[in-house]
Design a protein around this ligand. Structure first.
Ligand code: MSP
Length: 662
């Protein structure tokens, strides 16, 4: 037997900086639908998802929570895996960029590119915000200030490794032009060519020294691999790249990387260039879908408008949520989420159209034939139903064509046209009238066959989209477990429902929702989330991270216990010097009693190193060390500021270094 066609599909790996929201679920549900479809078609599928766990943001979040970055991500990743279970996601692998095999493979990739000359050491220059320890590009600045804290930035340099992206520019243009299907939808292809590739590519900074939550560069351990080389490589490391892996040989290149539109550039320029540098073939396709937006724009944790999929799945079931996501947003464009739109879809498409069709049909079959399908000879009449039958006979081909092109909403629209047609067919044929006349018995049986067979075909086609619903329908049609009538292939042939098969009454597959009541409940949940986000903002302004909104005192006061957590001591400056390449920073050695501590402080514009020697200052002794401009700071000294003025807090009187301040 010939080997099955392989199909390797990936989602982006998600940042576990927070719990995922419905927008993330959207990508994974779409990928899962395609993976399920390919499996049903008989392809050998590898479906990969995972988490992108390194970086400064996660390191900071962990620090704020008082845990290690790994502890922080472990917790969130467990929640992500639970979410995928709740949504019936059938990923074959789950990669974490903290997994040992990934770390090792990325280190090998980095070294190989360095040895080849495609990665070289140089200097990164950018706008640096000292308190945030972050570099920003000119365009990222907001009114010339740090986009995170709004503070001043200064031009600074940092030693970095660079990837020779520019070297691959012409090859990339050639490749994209000669592979018209590589970037989907096509509009995105032109955007990449015209906005990025043709104007010219700059080499890419691929290492950092200002934080350490990342994969160390093996031959220069001051550096960690910066974000994209680490993250993008997941698509090959998950298959065992670098270890003579059979899976890698079997599944690479991927058939499709499914990604959100904001990261298409990374997947169609940087990733292909890295693959070219590694002499590996490129993925067949990168599909960039649009965003799921809210009325007020993008979902954002700080606005408190993040839609939690768990709440919705809990209320309405995973199939309803999957259906909504796949049906509502034209694939490739942006679409909107609202509670109203969700409830309307559930009530109109699922409860009314599909649910009622199944319930009415099963009830009529029970009433008129005791549930059992009459034999073929007893369901023939003069009348023909060619139009309905031909529609149902071709729907599998139509839906498959859309699924091949990842056009999920179109496939569902076509399937629902069949559902509506069958509902209309009930009204047209009026089985309740036929049932009153013995002479119409055959016609009645024929009508019931068209309905049941039609529902069977529809239910088989729903499998990739809504994994639980088909089984519920099959139980009612009496065909559970019968491959002849439930396999994917069986949807392509009309007339497979067998004589004598008996329907079974079941619960409504999608109970109707009381829209007013549900919308009120959802509005309450949303309001609570907004309040929590506002409370968190207040706490953040006070430099405090509450565990939940309810833990903040209404008056914004802290307890003496909270204050006592900060260990303040008298420290004497024994050495001071300027930090190289920085106008703002002084590096000092402090005598803090029985030991010496090093601090870096942004006071160089106000105090010279000589001014500082011998000063007794207030030192925060239990602050987590940080690296500023490549220099470690083991605490902080306190100063008062107003506008452009700064004055250090010093000690009144002659107290020895190390004295406790309370
Ligand atoms: N870690 C990177 C991806 C690295 S892939 C090698 C990343 N992570 S992310 O968690 O911020 O976002 C991942 C993906 O989530 C997006 O590309 C997109 O597919 C999906 N979405 C996040 N918010 C979304 C919406 N509001 N709507 C639709 N998709 C969204 O970027």
């Amino acid at each position: 037997m010939a080997d099955k066609k392989t199909y390797y599909i990936t989602t982006p790996i998600y940042y576990p900086s927070d719990n995922l929201h419905i927008g993330h679920a959207y990508t994974t549900v779409a990928a899962d639908t395609e993976a399920r479809y390919r499996r049903l078609k008989g392809e050998d599928v590898m479906f990969l998802t995972g988490t992108d766990e390194h970086g400064q943001k996660i390191q900071r979040k962990a620090e704020a929570k008082g845990v290690t970055p790994k502890q922080y991500v472990d917790d969130i990743v467990a929640g992500i895996k639970d979410l995928w279970k709740l949504l019936d996601i059938t990923n074959d692998r789950f990669i974490r960029t903290t997994d040992d095999y990934h770390v090792e493979a990325v280190q090998k990739i980095f070294k190989a590119l360095y040895e080849k000359g495609d990665i070289y050491k140089s200097e990164y220059s950018g706008h640096y915000c000292t308190p945030c320890e972050s570099f920003w590009t000119e365009t990222q600045l907001v009114d010339g200030k740090c986009p995170d804290c709004g503070g001043d930035v200064e031009i600074m340099k940092e030693e970095s490794y660079f990837f020779k992206l520019s070297k691959y520019q012409d090859r990339l243009i050639d490749y994209i032009e000669s592979h018209p299907d590589f970037i989907q939808p096509v509009t995105r292809k032109n955007e990449m060519l015209n906005n990025f590739l043709r104007p010219g590519l700059e080499d890419l900074c691929v290492s950092r020294t200002t934080f350490d939550w990342g994969i160390p560069v093996t031959f220069d351990d001051k550096h960690i691999v910066y974000v994209w080389v680490d993250a993008l490589s997941n698509y090959i490391t998950a298959l065992g790249y670098g270890k003579d892996s059979e899976d890698f040989k079997k599944y690479w290149p991927a058939q499709v990387h499914l990604v959100g539109k904001e990261i298409i550039r990374f997947h169609t320029i940087i990733w292909p260039a890295i693959l070219m540098a590694l002499d590996l073939p490129l993925p067949e396709k990168v599909y960039g879908h649009g965003w799921l937006l809210l009325d007020g724009g993008k979902m954002s944790k700080s606005k408190g408008n993040v839609v939690d999929p768990v709440v919705l799945i809990d209320k309405y079931g995973s199939d309803a949520i999957r259906y909504f996501l796949l049906r509502e947003v034209p694939f490739g464009s942006d679409g909107f989420f609202s509670n109203e739109a969700l409830i309307n879809r559930i009530n109109a498409d699922l409860a009314n159209d599909l649910g009622n069709l199944v319930s009415r049909t099963v009830a009529m079959q029970l009433k008129y034939f005791g549930g059992a399908m009459p034999a073929k000879a007893d369901r023939e009449s003069e009348e023909l139903d060619n139009e309905v039958i031909s529609m149902l006979s071709s729907i599998a081909t139509t839906a498959s064509e859309y699924l091949d092109a990842m056009q999920f909403p179109n496939a569902l629209v076509e399937i629902w046209k069949c559902v509506s047609r069958l509902n209309k067919y009930i009204d047209e044929t009026a089985p309740w009238i036929l049932s009153k006349d013995e002479a119409s018995k055959n016609r009645l049986a024929q009508v019931m066959y068209v309905l049941i067979e039609g529902i069977r075909i529809v239910s088989v086609l729903l499998q990739p989209f809504m994994p639980k619903t088909p089984e519920k329908i099959w139980a009612q049609l009496g065909i559970s477990g019968d491959e002849d009538v439930t396999s994917w292939q069986s949807a392509f042939t009309w007339g497979l429902y067998k004589d004598g098969t008996t329907v079974v009454k079941g619960d409504p597959i999608f109970p109707r929702i009381d829209a007013v009541k549900e919308l009120e409940e959802l509005a309450k949940i949303d309001a609570a989330k907004k309040a929590a986000a506002e409370a968190a903002k207040v706490a953040a302004d006070k430099k405090e991270e509450p565990k939940s909104a309810t833990e903040i005192n209404e008056d914004g006061l802290i307890t003496i216990d909270d204050f006592c957590k900060v260990k303040l001591v008298v420290a004497e400056v024994i050495e001071a010097e300027r930090v190289e390449n920085s106008e703002k920073l002084l590096k000092m050695q402090l005598n803090v009693g029985n030991e010496t501590k090093q601090v870096v402080s942004g006071i160089a514009k106000f105090y010279s190193p000589e001014d500082m020697i011998g000063k007794k200052v207030v030192f925060v002794a239990n602050l987590k060390p940080a690296v500023l401009c490549g220099v470690e700071s083991q605490g902080m000294i306190l100063a008062a500021t107003k506008g452009k003025k700064l004055s250090l807090l010093t000690i009144d009187g002659d107290l020895p270094a190390g004295s406790k301040i309370s």
